[in-house]
Design a protein around this ligand. Structure first.
Ligand code: TPP
Length: 265
């Protein structure tokens, strides 16, 4: 499926299933929807019928509170039936709010921020040691980049020359309680990654062509950092760039309005 169609379907699923479950984190999910859609809509190698296929590329969602975006991409890509999404965030469902590795296609349970980059680095290194060509992609929040563990992983990835590892920074400039610049400023993100030894590319995180070209680029012997400039809540005008929407759930009326804004029925 083309990434644009995938992103559009994902956004509508997200509104439908989060509002049904009265679940929050809609804005953080909308922020990364295009990134995840481009990865699953042509960039990554995977086989939905064999989620553990040894030739697969690895995707890790380090900002695990946005797991719903990944579930929607996996369902749309055939890892499990789209109808299963209706169980999202319900009692006993595998589709928990913070992403769970029990779901087919999910590599790592996350939610405690700061862990994804280190695991992605370990997997990328293991592929190099085994002389395999698999790639690892890890999505990290810009607020999450306040954590030292992120930078430890970046430094070691550079030292190990892991050119099969992609740090994708969801730079929406907001965290849960306010602006990233007011908490620990993460501006000049590309420069920061370059100083730590990565190739760094800055893109519009909602432009699929820019994302695809960055995700397919390789700089020999260097990990790549893709600084994706995004809008928290992208696609739902009344939610965009408003910190309060980090964890709020959509009411049925707001969900209906959101679906209209997304061009749905
Ligand atoms: C280790 C850890 N500390 C705090 C939290 C609580 N928390 C959840 S989301 C969030 C904000 C993260 O900001 P960012 O990475 O920018 O994510 P986004 O704004 O894109 O959702 C925080 C602090 C957490 N999940 N894990």
């Amino acid at each position: 499926m083309r990434s644009n169609e995938l992103a559009s379907n994902m956004r509508k699923h997200v509104v439908r299933i989060t509002s049904k479950a009265k679940a929050g984190h809609v804005a953080p999910i909308m922020s990364i929807t295009d990134i995840v859609a481009v990865l699953y809509g042509g960039v990554m190698k995977f086989d939905p019928k064999k989620p553990k296929c040894p030739k697969r590329d690895i995707f890790i969602l380090s900002k695990g509170h946005a797991g719903c975006a990944l579930y929607c991409a996996l369902a749309e890509s055939g890892f499990f039936p789209v109808s299963d999404l209706d169980n999202y965030y319900t009692y006993g469902s595998l589709l928990s709010g913070h992403v769970s590795h029990k779901v087919p296609g999910v590599e790592l349970t996350t939610g405690a921020l700061g862990h994804g980059p280190g695991v992605a680095l370990g997997l990328a290194y293991s592929f190099k040691l085994d002389k395999k060509t698999n790639r690892c992609f890890v999505v990290v929040g810009d607020g999450e980049c306040n954590q030292g563990s992120v930078w430890e992983a970046v430094m070691l990835a550079s030292q190990l020359k892991l050119d099969n590892l992609y740090f994708i920074i969801d730079k929406n400039n907001l965290q849960c309680l306010g602006k990233t610049e007011d908490i620990i400023n993460m501006d000049n993100m590309a420069e920061r990654f370059k100083v730590f030894g990565c190739a760094a590319i800055e893109v519009d995180g909602h432009n699929h062509d820019e994302l695809r070209s960055a995700l397919l680029s390789v700089t020999p012997d260097k990990p790549t950092a893709i600084i994706a400039n995004t809008v928290k809540g992208k696609g739902i005008a009344f939610m965009e760039n408003i910190a309060d929407w980090h964890s709020k759930a959509l009411s049925p009326e707001q969900a209906a309005e959101a679906i209209k804004l997304l061009g749905g029925a």
